[in-house]
Design a protein around this ligand. Structure first.
Ligand code: ZN
Ligand code: ZN
Length: 374
């Protein structure tokens, strides 16, 4: 109960009003104060609630009699509502009554007929998934790719209704099209369960279309071109709107989701827009310095300098030679980390060279130590 105003006053009728007069008064006011006609108007919304509350009681002979006798007190439920004196405690006002009555009357007004009372029969189509594997090079440059998907279209035989005669299936008699069954227990709790007859659909297909076996759709193989932006990351999910399965009974199509996997590169490791590569260099190149060639992700041949005295694990950064930022010309960097390779097989000549090198280094070392302790 939200209002304390007299129900007859709310509806603008006398205490002797007939059932017909009550209904007429309600209909007129409900249209006038309906929230759809007064968007954002709180006062109208409150008034609309009061009108419905009043009608809910006055349209029911039993409740009206109780109201005439006890006033609002007749319906003051809950704690401390004078339970002893009130035989009507526990009336379910938010249950079945209100919504049904209102949609009955209001649907006449909006011209939607009885359909508005039923569950919406249209259903959105299912989404479909397509897995696309790209090479790192493809992810770098972006591309247009033609893919083949299996989706569905409306069954031509039954026009999507799933019925043998191709017409809309009849409204379920068990639930009257709502798809739900309400049961009241002890006059207090209202249970709502899915209708077992139509399994919630609100309609029952008795004779199924032979072509689609009642699903209302048929398989459709199609190919379509999708544009993959440059710089796309592994694990990206691209949504292609409206390329999913067909909807049921005029419902919208689902979407296509393309799940992108970017394969590992044999050379480069990717960290966002940056690339990383480990470059083995010889012990002598590390000591003396030099150059090596490296093929970048875009195919460019890079001449990379090795500084004399490069240590194992030293890194250099090649600016702008990494991956693209998504949908941009801007690029990340390429990091090269040096791995100094120590030879394991030496020819006699090489051994001799290295021995000479070692002798000179030792001599240098000796003179260093001797100077220190002189
Ligand atoms: Zn069919
Ligand atoms: Zn049903």
């Amino acid at each position: 109960m939200s209002t304390t105003e007299d129900y007859y006053t709310i509806l603008g009728i006398t205490k002797n009003a007939s059932a017909d007069e009550i209904k007429k008064a309600y209909r007129k006011l409900a249209m006038q104060y309906h929230p759809d006609r007064n968007p954002g108007d709180k006062a109208a919304e409150a008034k609309f609630k009061d009108i419905n509350e009043a009608y809910e009681v006055l349209k029911d002979d039993q409740k009206r009699a109780a109201y005439d006798r006890y006033g609002h007190q007749a319906f003051a439920g809950g704690m401390g509502g004078g339970a002893g004196a009130n035989p009507f405690n526990g009336f379910d006002f938010t249950g079945s009554g209100f919504a049904d009555v209102f949609s009955d009357i209001f649907s006449e007004f909006t011209g939607q007929g009885r359909r508005s009372k039923q569950r919406s029969y249209a259903e959105r189509g299912d989404d479909i998934r397509y897995d696309l594997v790209l090479t790192m090079e493809e992810a770098f440059s972006g591309l247009e790719k033609e893919i083949s998907i299996t989706t569905s279209k409306i069954c031509e035989t039954c026009h999507g209704h799933g019925t043998a005669d191709g017409k809309e299936p009849p409204v379920c008699a068990t639930c009257n099209g709502s798809g739900k069954i309400r049961t009241q227990q002890g006059g207090f709790f209202v249970f709502e369960t899915t209708c077992p007859q139509c399994r919630g659909a609100g309609r029952v297909v008795l004779d199924k279309c032979k072509k689609c076996k009642g699903s209302g759709k048929e398989k459709l193989d199609k190919s379509l071109k999708i544009k993959i932006p440059s710089g796309i990351e592994d694990g990206t999910r691209m949504r292609v709107a409206g390329e999913g399965e067909v909807g049921k009974n005029g419902g919208p199509k689902g979407d296509l989701y393309v799940f992108i996997t970017v394969k590992q590169h044999k050379l480069f490791e990717r960290y966002g827009v940056n690339l990383f590569v480990e470059q083995p260099i010889s012990m002598t190149k590390a000591a003396l310095g030099g150059q090596f060639k490296l093929k970048a992700i875009d195919g460019e041949a890079l001449d990379v300098d090795i500084k004399p005295g490069t240590q194992p694990g030293d890194r250099i950064r090649l600016k702008g030679k990494g991956m693209h930022y998504m949908n941009s010309d801007k690029r990340g960097d390429l990091f090269v980390q040096f791995k100094v390779v120590v030879p394991t097989k030496l020819t006699a000549a090489q051994k001799e060279c290295l021995q000479k090198f070692d002798d000179s280094a030792s001599a240098e070392e000796k003179s260093f130590w001797s100077k220190l302790f002189e």
